[in-house]
Design a protein around this ligand. Structure first.
Ligand code: NAG
Ligand code: NAG
Ligand code: NAG
Length: 611
């Protein structure tokens, strides 16, 4: 084997040869075994044929260990954060950078000092290659001299950079190659790992250092990586929350997670009970607009800022899916939507109702008939008398002196019969109509809203989420209370927000009306970037949704509201059956008008008769 000869030359010519004589294991052997791990212990998500090499890694190239693998190199000295190196038989044409630009799942980071390790971890994070869940193999460049003293320091640094799957490889003078890892949550680990110490971790939570002798051969990958998030053993997850009816209710008289109810809260209660985590919640007092997002200057504000800075791990309020930088989110677990509230258009006035009882054609027919009758009678009786007779017809007054000629009498009687029919029709309609209030059309759909030309108000974060360009062009930013106030003050304003929240908001408000869904949104929980628990939380949320529990909680939290609506509806329906005075008021006006016209007619007749 030509490789063996090259190795022996290296062995003789380097300082490593001297150290081998003192220790049973050389640094070269250590990196050989590192490559064995990289090649054989790929996690299912990782790309098996590529890895990322960072730091003081000259030996990897000297020993031609990476000849056949595409490697992304991150050096400690160069100002460019990384360079792509496709060595050996892979050429650039076979592996164009764009194609291999994907998140790598395996990292080998070699550093001789802690500051250098931090620099390298930071660079892998910002380079775009960094898949923080990937397996990180950390190596102390001076391990042959120092042994394993840096195990805790290196692994603690990895934890500071949220690299949960990290392994520290070192050379122990007694045992040979040794692996270290850590579990920041509990001391649970496969049996091959030995607990070698517990330290104070984040928030005083025990941080366990684990150690295993490297076996090699068929046992190389045994228990190397394991799910550390299975049991969090009371590890504290930091969240923020704000009351958001009906999705998240906060009862300040209770303590712990029991304070929170509503579907958002119940789902997370299940998640964190399953993970056995404890939860600290930063509760905000303000309005739901404090949920926050990206402001006009492009910076994170509100409760979202807590996540962007990493002060909080996760938001307890579900939000609509809207990708932003610095923030990650769980798998969508439901759907919500935007609705607008507008002023109720009110009811049709009684006068308009009476005019619209009969179709316009019937009105025309009546008019034509009366005109003909008037003309016919005028020929016989003179205009004044016949018009008085026509008024009598219309007001149902008694008939004063019928025409003497029988042909006119027959005409007159037939008109009278016709009028009786019309009148009964009108009376019948009147009775039915007065018991039914007819409401004018409200803004119900997105189409209505577009056609109406109403101005739309809401939080500045809604503007970004509103998809329809026309609606967006009519959008104005306002405060939470200002938004509703605009609607109360103007008949041409609409206030945009989450559908169920809008419903809860106007429950007891009879002047406002809520539309149907204007836009559908997917609901997610937002988390901070590179949160090691994201995968586990997402998985449990997903399972909760699949089991139908999420839907169940959502129904439970809205049931109360819908029940109240049903009660109000039945009350309103009951009210319709008892006719109120205001419903029949118009008929009194009509009666008064009729009496007035009759009085005037009578007076005129008296005067006419006296002459
Ligand atoms: C080998 O190690 C010994 C003892 O540490 C040292 O005195 C000697 O100079 C080393 N030789 C080389 C060639 O580095
Ligand atoms: C959950 O965490 C507590 C510590 O907060 C621990 O005592 C308990 O054993 C854990 N439960 C399970 C099932 O792991
Ligand atoms: C929230 O309200 C509580 C009492 O209702 C009050 O003690 C607390 O100071 C308020 N917090 C903020 C940030 O306004």
């Amino acid at each position: 084997m030509p490789l063996l000869g090259w190795n022996s030359v290296l062995l003789m010519s380097t300082v490593a040869a001297n150290t081998t004589m003192r220790n049973r294991v050389s640094y070269d052997q250590l990196i050989d075994e590192t490559m064995t791990i990289v090649r054989s212990c790929t996690t299912p998500h990782a790309a098996a044929d590529a890895f990322l090499l960072a730091g003081e890694c000259e030996e990897f190239f000297q020993r031609s260990l990476v000849n056949d693998l595409p490697v992304v190199l991150i050096s400690q000295s160069k100002s460019t954060a990384f360079e792509v190196s496709t060595l050996g038989k892979y050429s650039h044409t076979q592996h164009p950078v764009t194609q291999s630009f994907r998140k790598l799942g395996q990292f080998v980071v070699v550093a001789s000092t802690l500051p250098l390790l931090r620099l390298l971890l930071q660079r892998t994070k910002t380079s775009g290659w960094g898949k923080f869940e990937g397996l990180h193999i950390l190596i102390d460049r001076k391990t042959v001299e120092r042994g394993c003293v840096n195990a805790r320091g290196f692994l603690w640094t990895a934890w500071q950079y949220d690299r949960l799957a990290a392994i520290f490889l070192c050379v122990d003078s007694a045992e040979g190659i040794v692996l270290y890892t850590y579990n920041p949550y509990s001391s649970t680990a496969p049996a091959v790992w030995r607990n070698v110490g517990q330290f104070r971790g984040r928030g005083g939570h025990p941080w366990t250092l684990l150690r295993m002798k490297y076996h090699g051969g068929s046992r190389t990958c045994e228990g190397l990586t394991f799910d550390k998030t299975k049991d969090l053993n009371g590890y504290e997850v930091r969240m923020n929350a704000i009351e958001f009816e009906p999705h998240l209710r906060i009862d300040s008289t209770k303590t712990g997670l029991q304070r929170f109810s509503g579907d958002n809260g119940e789902i997370l209660k299940i998640v964190f009970e399953k993970l056995n985590a404890s939860v600290r919640v930063r509760v905000y007092n303000g309005t739901v607009y404090d949920l926050g997002g990206i402001d006009s200057h492009g910076s994170m504000v509100g409760m979202m800022a807590d996540l962007a800075t990493g002060e909080v791990d996760m938001g307890m309020n579900a939000r609509s899916l809207h990708n932003t930088w610095k923030i990650e989110h769980t798998y969508p677990h439901g759907d919500g939507g935007f609705c607008v509230i507008t002023r109720r258009a009110g009811e049709l006035s009684e006068f308009v109702k009476i005019l619209s009882f009969l179709s316009p054609s019937v009105h025309v027919v009546i008019g034509v008939l009366f005109t003909i009758a008037l003309l016919v009678l005028a020929k016989h009786q003179g205009f004044l008398r016949s018009s008085v007779n026509i008024v009598r017809f219309m007001t149902f007054g008694s008939i004063h002196r019928l025409p003497r000629r029988s042909s006119f009498r027959i005409f007159f009687s037939s008109m009278f019969v016709l009028h009786v029919i019309f009148n009964s029709l009108i009376q019948g309609h009147l009775a039915s109509l007065l018991t039914i209030p007819v409401s004018l059309p409200n803004i119900r759909t997105a189409e209505n809203l577009k056609r109406s030309g109403y101005q739309i108000y809401g939080s500045m974060f809604h503007e970004r989420e509103l998809q329809d360009p026309e609606l967006r062009s009519r959008f104005h930013v306002d405060t939470y209370h200002g938004c509703k106030q605009r609607v109360l003050e103007s008949g041409r304003a609409a206030c945009l927000d989450d559908c169920l929240h809008q419903y809860a908001r106007i429950q007891n408000d009879s002047v406002l009306h809520r539309s149907r869904k204007i836009q559908q949104n997917l609901l997610v929980y937002v988390t901070k970037e590179n949160w090691p628990l994201l995968a586990s939380v997402t998985q449990i949320v997903h399972r909760t949704v699949e089991a139908g529990i999420a839907t169940l909680w959502k129904e439970a939290s809205t049931r109360k509201m819908y029940r109240a609506r049903k009660r109000r509806w039945t009350n309103r329906k009951r009210k319709f059956r008892n006719l109120e005075i205001r419903h029949v008021l118009f008929s009194f006006y009509m009666l008064a008008t009729g009496l007035f016209v009759a009085t005037v007619t009578f007076a005129v007749e008296m005067i006419v008769a006296q002459r």
